[in-house]
Design a protein around this ligand. Structure first.
Ligand code: SF4
Length: 424
């Protein structure tokens, strides 16, 4: 098969993996080498389907021995299969890099023969890139569940980031939709990556020549909407992963029905795209705002509100905590006010040392007053309407969301606007 044909097939097969955004590595080029992995990360661009394509994002092979119900590459699908040799893929990466098409590599693979064989081939690509081509650019590799810990160790020494995908958010769904995958085969490499990252970092403090082990950390991907788990279950799982394995990111990927065989226990339509977006927002609250999954969502209301963002949703479900007086509230309390982010919260705390703040000061501090005004008072003054009424505020925020969505859709859909030099 021609190389160009392989590229077409294997790049197409990789597009459903969204866990490819890259950042967190800081490594300059070495004399005689090429590429660097700068801390600011690699510039991203987006394909027509909204996926990140800044890296060469490709599969080693799509010839899978497994039969996961939701996956295009499943063994029982009848469609073109292809596999790269390690040297083909290494040379392709270098050729694309030299032409300035890419700045790094995101390498994943179907399970070709056995997890070990697959991981060995992927590691061989990395060895060729790092040792033979002296490539210093960013590399994100997929850890193949079930592969030997020695191979995961080797991958960690060669790549910047490793991700082991969980895909399905519960063991029951895994059993039903991906029976060849085992929960422990996914968690084991995650634990190993976490422990070895810590160990290498500690050793590096004592012995600076210690090599890096997955310096950009590890991530995973969860598929949303292929199975019945609630947002609460999904966020609790993410929280557990952040706590136990110090994951850099959990990526959420809305299920795309690629296999429409009626015998498969899968929904026929994808979940609303907005659900993925709301999960990312809630995930942000877990990582940077000190929220816990259990306080965001309760068993009796286990899903995020699609019409308002998760922070507003939480605030309206906890009316006793609002409105907050900005001139007195602690940093932690300010962080829970919709429209106030970590930067603006810190600015408020610093600025009010010089005297009480006014609404104009909040604007200058970067507070999004359009939302925040419903949830705070400033020197006792409330600017969110008559008084704090959750139902009314929910209605207003929901209407704002609808206006914004329809305005956005209008911009996206009206070609005449673009042709005529439309400005939002
Ligand atoms: S292991 Fe499952 S999800 Fe991964 S490529 Fe094979 S069929 Fe697809």
């Amino acid at each position: 098969m021609e190389l160009s044909e392989k590229i077409k097939i294997l790049a197409e097969s990789a597009k459903y993996d969204v866990s490819c955004s890259s950042s967190g590595s800081s490594r300059n080029n070495t004399p005689g080498g090429i590429g660097n992995a700068a801390e600011a990360g690699i510039c991203h661009t987006w394909s027509a389907d909204g996926r990140c394509i800044s890296l060469l994002k490709i599969l080693m092979s799509n010839d899978c021995q497994y039969d996961c119900a939701y996956c295009n590459n499943r063994r029982s699908n009848d469609f073109p299969r292809a596999s790269f040799t390690p040297s083909e893929l290494a040379e392709l990466t270098i050729a694309f890099y030299r032409r300035n098409y890419i700045e790094g590599l995101f390498l994943s693979s179907a399970i070709e023969e056995h997890p070990d064989r697959t991981m060995e081939k992927m590691n061989e690509v990395l060895r060729l890139l790092r040792d033979h081509h002296r490539f210093n650019g960013y590399i994100h590799i997929k850890g193949i569940p079930g592969s030997n810990p020695r191979l995961i160790h080797e991958a960690g020494l060669l790549a910047d980031r490793i991700s082991v995908n969980i895909e399905l958010p519960s063991e029951e769904s895994l059993r039903l939709l991906a029976p060849q995958k085992k929960k422990e085969n996914i968690l084991l490499p995650m634990r190993q990556i976490h422990q070895q990252s810590l160990q290498f970092r500690q050793e590096k403090r004592k012995f600076p020549s210690t090599p890096d082990f997955a310096p950009a950390g590890q991530s995973t991907q969860l598929m949303i909407g292929a199975s019945p788990e609630s947002d609460r279950q999904i966020l609790r799982l993410s929280q557990g992963l952040y706590n136990r394995f110090a994951l850099k990111r959990v990526y959420y990927s809305a299920y795309v029905p690629v296999n429409t065989h009626s015998r498969l226990p899968l929904p026929l339509s994808p979940p609303p795209q907005l659900r993925e977006h709301r999960l990312y927002q809630a995930d942000w609250l877990l990582r940077f705002y000190g929220f816990h999954a259990e306080e965001l969502l309760q068993p009796e209301a286990p899903d995020l509100d699609l019409h308002i963002d998760p922070k507003c949703m939480w605030a309206l479900r906890n009316p006793g905590s609002f409105p907050v007086e900005v001139n007195r509230a602690s940093l932690q309390v300010l962080l829970r006010v919709p429209g106030i982010g970590p930067v603006s919260a810190r600015r408020i705390v610093t600025a009010r040392k010089s005297g009480p703040l006014h609404y104009d000061d909040l604007k200058r501090a970067g507070v999004v007053l359009k939302r925040a005004r419903y949830f705070l008072t400033c020197q006792g003054r409330y600017e969110g309407g008559r008084d704090f009424q959750p139902d009314r505020i929910h209605h207003l925020l929901r209407r704002e969301h609808q206006i914004e969505t329809s305005r956005y859709r209008g911009q996206q859909m009206t070609m005449e606007d673009w042709k005529g030099g439309f400005r939002p």
